[in-house]
Design a protein around this ligand. Structure first.
Ligand code: FES
Length: 358
């Protein structure tokens, strides 16, 4: 027997009243010369299993409550992860490789918390709330006072039909989930401190560290760098499978460009270069995007995020965009074997400005 064939007396009173409110064939417009297609009206209403079986309705109610409780547990898990997991701990997750354990836990908990609230609300609406189908004619955009009054009355009806007052288990767990969830955001305020101290002042670069091509993983000689080319470089010894690769490359990423020495306008830039090869931090001084575009004719490097533009022939000063200061330059030279090497760490912090930068 299909749900359509269920005798009226088997349908709970509140559901039966739904049927009479809006289902079945409404007024049907017949075809005429102006409207050649007849309006078929609404299809016959099909009762859901929850409409005719109180035990199924209870099962749905428990499932919705379970999802809201799961959201609460995930939010508590988010807070616990934030407090308990050190931010330098990493885990291996296939196929991502080594990633921050804290970020993984926070992301998972936040995802589960949000998904559970959403899934609970959707399941509640699909199985337990009224599913009256209503056809509404088009009308002028501005509602008449009596329409507004009707909307208000419909809203109250909807609130009553959603059984928010009657299904206290759902109502209470939903309020619990919604009340607890914002705590995740409050916990993030903890990131406002403590101050970074000297952490942002040092990178892996130091005297004698070779410049390694990030694409070939080979140390670079001056002859490998053509005039007008842009090469991305990492410090010798830093490998992609290292646990702290992301953390270190975020500070140490370098780009080297070869200019004609006579094109270099800044005196210090010339002194810190080697035969026209200059090395600059790849991290934009605006909010830290990796700079990836270089225009050979103008010697301009462009950050793709907000179009900050730096003149690499003039101390990488900012000539356009929101970046607040020039890109830090790394002093380079050549070792006894003829490879390009750093002559020190950066002399100033790389990346965006921060309050202790001084
Ligand atoms: S991060 Fe480079 S311009 Fe904004």
């Amino acid at each position: 027997m299909s749900s359509q064939d269920i005798p009226e007396e088997n349908v709970p009173a509140e559901r039966a009243s739904d049927d009479h409110a809006g289902h079945g064939h409404g007024p049907v417009a017949l075809a005429d010369e102006q409207n050649p297609f007849a309006d078929p009206g609404l299809p016959p209403h099909e009762h859901r299993i929850q409409d005719i079986d109180e035990r199924a309705a209870r099962r749905s109610e428990r499932l919705v409550a379970l999802l809201f409780v799961l959201s609460m547990v995930a939010t508590v898990g988010f807070i616990a992860s934030y407090v308990a997991i050190p931010n330098d701990k990493s885990v291996y997750i296939f196929p991502l490789g080594h990633i921050s354990a804290l970020n993984f836990a926070l992301g998972m908990c936040l995802g589960v918390a949000l998904f559970s609230i959403g899934a609970g609300a959707v399941h509640w609406a699909r199985t337990l709330m009224s599913d009256v189908e209503i056809a509404d004619e088009r009308h002028p955009i501005e509602a008449a006072p009596e329409v507004k009054a009707k909307v208000l009355a419909d809203f109250k009806d909807g609130a009553r039909e959603s059984a928010l007052g009657r299904r206290k288990l759902i109502r209470n767990t939903m309020f619990g989930a919604l009340a607890l969830f914002p705590l995740s955001g409050v916990m993030l305020l903890r990131d406002l401190g403590p101050l970074p101290g000297t952490k942002l002042r040092h990178t892996l670069w130091s005297k004698g560290k070779l410049l390694v091509n990030m694409n070939t993983n080979e140390p670079l000689r001056p002859s490998d760098v053509a005039v007008g080319s842009l090469t991305f470089v990492k410090p010798e010894g830093l490998e992609e499978h290292d646990e702290d690769f992301q953390k270190e490359i975020a500070k140490a990423a370098l780009m080297i460009i070869r200019l004609q020495p006579e094109d270099i306008k800044d005196k210090q830039e010339l002194e810190w270069s080697y035969q026209g090869i200059v090395a600059y931090s790849k991290i934009c001084t605006h909010v830290g995007c990796p700079i990836s575009l270089y225009e050979q004719q103008t010697h301009h490097a462009l950050c793709p995020c907000h179009q900050s533009t730096f003149d690499l022939s003039d101390g990488a000063r900012v000539i356009f965009g929101p970046a607040g200061h020039a890109l830090p330059q790394l002093q380079i030279g050549v070792n006894a074997e003829g490879y390009l090497e750093a002559l020190s760490d950066f002399k100033e912090p790389v990346g965006p400005a921060f309050w202790e930068r001084g």
